[in-house]
Write a protein that binds this ligand. Structure first.
Ligand SMILES: NC(=O)c1ccc[n+]([C@@H]2O[C@H](COP(=O)([O-])OP(=O)(O)OC[C@H]3O[C@@H](n4cnc5c(N)ncnc54)[C@H](OP(=O)(O)O)[C@@H]3O)[C@@H](O)[C@H]2O)c1
Length: 299
């Protein structure tokens, strides 16, 4: 069993930590707001005041944090994990959805401290994380990915080795741009149905059972039809913009295009403009109603 330092006890971090504890690992947790991590203490986690304290002597240092700024502060800030008394050959694992640029820099910093670096962003919402069923897109050497697999057994049954360092986050960003496009398309399609006088329950059933029925469309069209969204918020409009912005930057840096990515950020930007950026991404339909002169419930 491994000694794991986990940075970030948010909606994704908490279920991952619980599963590592269930798997018999020793877990030390750092969360910027310490109080939010308190319930994990009762399950056997040790709480640390700084990432540096958490990472000292760990076999695996893993993070699940909002964005580049949060990751930078937690890994390379003054009290960051990379300032710790590190165990030679330990793993540094970034599982947050951050930019390729930052992952490249972080991998250099971690390797310079003698760590083995893997970018391992995850796919699946908090309920999937709780069930230990996340998909992991791993970037790193085949040897390192194989070495970390037994630890990841606790959080995932599907660790996909994408390629070398940076390829896990590259794939995840492209995957999330495609996902965000589908959610935006679902909101536009459902809103257009409503405007055309089509019952939204009928529309959701039609989209979900036809060729349009990706898991995103199945899930989100149901929330939109019921006008009932996840509580607490699972993935916000603002987080969609974060992912798509990093994704577009990557896609364009490799000489490809993201016309649909730009359009998707424009519609999620309308959520932010309407003061709804921190609501569930499925509430994009409410923003479209407001933009087109209706009430949030379509009336
Ligand atoms: N939610 C999903 O469905 C989902 C699915 C797959 C991947 N992801 C990715 O997983 C990562 C975590 O997402 P989440 O849903 O768990 O978000 P979350 O619940 O908002 O948690 C974010 C975490 O980042 C910390 N944080 C934010 N800014 C910080 C800063 N400047 N310095 C240090 N810590 C900071 C927060 O600490 P505080 O508690 O102090 O705020 C919290 O621990 C993100 O990269 C997200 O894109 C999310």
């Amino acid at each position: 069993m491994s000694k794991i330092a986990f940075l970030g006890a948010g909606m994704m971090g908490q279920p991952m930590i619980r599963n590592f504890l269930r798997g018999g690992h020793a877990v030390t947790v750092y969360n910027r707001t310490l109080e939010k991590a308190r319930p994990l203490q009762e399950l056997g986690a040790v709480l640390a005041a700084t990432p540096k304290e958490a990472a000292s002597g760990a076999d695996v240092i893993m993070s699940s944090l909002t964005n580049d700024d949060a990751s930078r502060a937690s890994w390379s800030g003054p009290d960051g994990a990379l300032q710790a008394d590190l165990k030679a050959g330990a793993f540094a694992v970034e599982s947050s959805t951050v930019s390729l640029q930052w992952v490249s820099k972080l991998s250099e910093l971690a390797m310079a401290r003698g760590l083995r670096f893997l970018d391992c962003p995850v796919a699946g919402r908090p309920d999937v994380a709780e069930a230990g069923q996340l998909k992991v897109f791993a970037g790193g050497s085949a040897e390192d990915v194989d070495a970390i697999r037994p630890v990841f057994e606790s959080i995932s049954k599907a660790v996909m080795h994408v390629g070398g360092v940076g390829s896990g986050i590259s794939f995840k960003l492209i995957y999330n741009v495609m996902g965000a496009i589908q959610v935006a398309a679902c909101a536009e399609g459902m809103h257009a149905c409503e405007a055309a006088g089509i019952d939204l329950a009928v529309a959701a059933e039609g989209f979900s059972t036809g060729a349009t029925g990706s898991p995103h469309v199945v899930r989100h069209s149901a929330y939109m039809a019921e006008n009932k969204h996840e509580d607490p918020v699972q993935f916000s409009g603002r987080m969609r913009i974060k992912d798509v912005t990093y994704g577009i930057s990557l896609i364009e840096s490799v000489g490809a295009q993201s016309v649909l990515g730009h359009a998707t950020n424009k519609v999620f930007g309308q959520m932010v403009d309407n003061g709804m950026g921190d609501l569930n991404d499925s509430e994009l339909i409410d923003t479209l109603r407001l933009v087109h002169g209706k009430g949030r419930d379509g009336s």
